[in-house]
Design a protein around this ligand. Structure first.
Ligand code: BES
Ligand code: MN
Ligand code: ZN
Length: 500
């Protein structure tokens, strides 16, 4: 999508379609301000339709005479409750309503007074662009969708035009994550993810290290390889490094669970466990590669960013790991695999040990780790765990700015009891109650306590069955925006620290 910023009045933008948002209390006055002489005519049409300006109300009007031929109106509710999330969703709804009208230019005018200009720009660009995202790769016939050729952001100063590439980079990252997650398991596998990482490295000049099975064995990654041994596609441990143009002040690691298919292994997924959806079990990998797509383009000052994913699939075969097997992770800890379906934490264990070896300033991992997290928080909120209050606060703020739901969960130390094994250092699964917490506690066993670390369970948010205003149904690309916001905030913070 092409975007243009303009502080000129809506009627002067030369758009053939207009999209506006109106508050319930003041909509008549707003209309007069936006449409001038055409306002009274439009007001009559809206009254005819019983328009009240309530949240989620939406009206489409075709206009006779000179100027724009289409007017899309979204109700915004009361101004007191209109926040960035409301702005993002209004942009998304209006963009979706413009589909099918083959507009040359859609003039988008929403009340921006309450927002900082860069915040408003982000909400408008991301909201509209990501709402119009379509994945047509797997259709043999494609009908044109009639999207506008351009969206003109009314009320955004022309000087902010220079921030559009950054916003486009964020959208491109989310779209990459969506495409990776939505692609089926016979298309996206460990080898294709390696190819994706390779093309990012080539395009943006990053360094890529790939460990094959032998290299992982040399590093004693017994937990990861135990999961991989049932697959006929070879495992690939991916490590991409984004370096800043100048000096390095912070080293950050982003780890994504990269199970391109999770059958459960010998603890096979049966009944209502949605085995056919388990292509999304590389959603963590998709999110970190999506974030890499954005961050490699932006190259935030002072940050060295490491992207890691231990990719494989969890399959059954004569080679596959037995339930009850005991394996040794790369930090020497022994694990009794009492459930082969708790495979993600096994792959993450070795990825976390590897990440700690890089001596970073912080590690964040993202994983579609537990059904228990879906039960706890549903599909709009991911859970996160961190022993570090500073990192936790940073992630919370980043998710807030990104408009992604994120809620801190407890690392209840006493629940470690549930992971006790009668024969090895630990089991890989505890009891069902608190299952997402024991999963996080399991991961913590593989993190050096001195390194700030957070774990995000994105099992619920990776996929949207029905779709939401800003998300078409299917893969959401969840996590990319929060990770990017977090990295940009760290970059800004250390820069500020220097100037003081
Ligand atoms: N990938 C699944 C988690 C999952 C389940 C994600 C449903 C999205 C929707 C993970 O590998 C898994 O199977 N977890 C088990 C853990 C259990 C065996 C302790 C689960 O949640 O059932
Ligand atoms: Mn599983
Ligand atoms: Zn899994």
């Amino acid at each position: 999508m092409n975007f243009r910023c303009s502080s000129a009045p809506l009627a002067d933008l030369g758009c053939d379609g207009l999209a506006i948002g109106l508050f319930s209390s003041t909509w008549e006055q707003q209309l007069a301000g936006l449409l001038g002489p055409r306002a009274s005519e439009v007001q009559a049409l809206l009254e005819q339709r019983q328009f009240k300006g309530k949240p989620r109300e939406q009206v489409t009007l075709t206009l006779p005479g000179e100027g724009a031929k289409l007017l899309l109106v979204a109700g915004l509710g009361e101004p007191e409750h209109f926040d960035t999330q409301g702005l993002r969703q209004a942009a998304a709804r209006l963009a979706q309503a413009s589909r099918g009208w083959y507009l040359n230019s859609l003039g988008l005018a929403l009340p921006l007074e309450a927002f900082a200009p860069d915040q408003a720009l982000g909400a408008l660009v991301q909201g509209s662009q990501l709402a119009l995202f379509q994945d047509l790769r797997f259709r043999s016939e494609v009908e044109p969708s009639g999207d506008p050729k351009e969206i003109c952001l009314q009320g955004i100063a022309e000087s902010l035009q220079e921030q559009l590439p950054q916003q486009q980079a964020i959208c491109a990252g989310v779209e990459l994550a969506r495409e990776l997650v939505a692609a089926p398991p016979n298309v996206v596998n460990s080898l294709s993810l390696e190819a994706t990482a390779r093309s990012l490295a080539d395009e943006f000049g990053c360094e890529l290290t790939v460990l094959d099975e032998a290299a992982c064995r040399e590093r004693n990654m017994g937990a990861y390889l135990a999961v991989a041994q049932g697959a006929s596609i070879p495992p690939r441990f991916l490590h991409l490094v984004i370096r800043p143009n100048g000096v390095v002040r912070r080293r950050l690691v982003l780890i994504g669970k990269g199970l391109t298919f999770d059958s459960g292994g010998y603890n096979l997924k049966v009944g209502s466990s949605q085995i056919e959806l388990m292509k999304f079990d590389m959603g963590g990998c998709g999110a970190v590669l999506g974030a890499a797509r954005t961050l490699a383009q932006l190259k935030p000052e002072g940050l060295e960013i490491h992207i890691i994913s231990a990719t494989t699939e969890n399959m059954i075969s004569g080679e596959a790991i037995h339930p009850g097997a005991i394996v040794t992770a790369s930090n020497g800890k022994t694990i009794e695999i009492n459930n082969t379906d708790a495979e993600g934490r096994l792959t993450l264990a070795d990825a976390l040990v590897y990440a700690c070896g890089l001596e970073p300033d912080a590690i964040v991992d993202l994983a579609t780790l537990t059904g228990a997290c879906v039960v706890a928080l549903g599909s709009e909120i991911a859970g996160y765990w961190s022993p570090d209050d500073t990192l936790a606060a940073q992630l919370n703020a980043a998710a807030q700015r990104a408009g992604e739901g994120l809620w801190r969960m407890p690392l209840q130390a006493s629940y470690k009891e549930g992971l006790k094994s009668g024969i090895a250092d630990m089991k890989n699964t505890g009891p069902r109650p608190g299952g997402s917490i024991t999963a996080a506690l399991f991961l913590q066993e593989f993190v050096n306590a001195e390194i700030p670390w957070a774990h995000m369970d994105i099992a619920g948010t990776v996929w949207s069955e029905k779709g939401r205003a800003q998300d078409p149904a299917g893969a959401t690309g969840y996590g990319v925006r929060t990770l990017v916001e977090w990295c940009l905030a760290i970059a800004a913070e250390q820069k500020e620290g220097l100037s003081q």
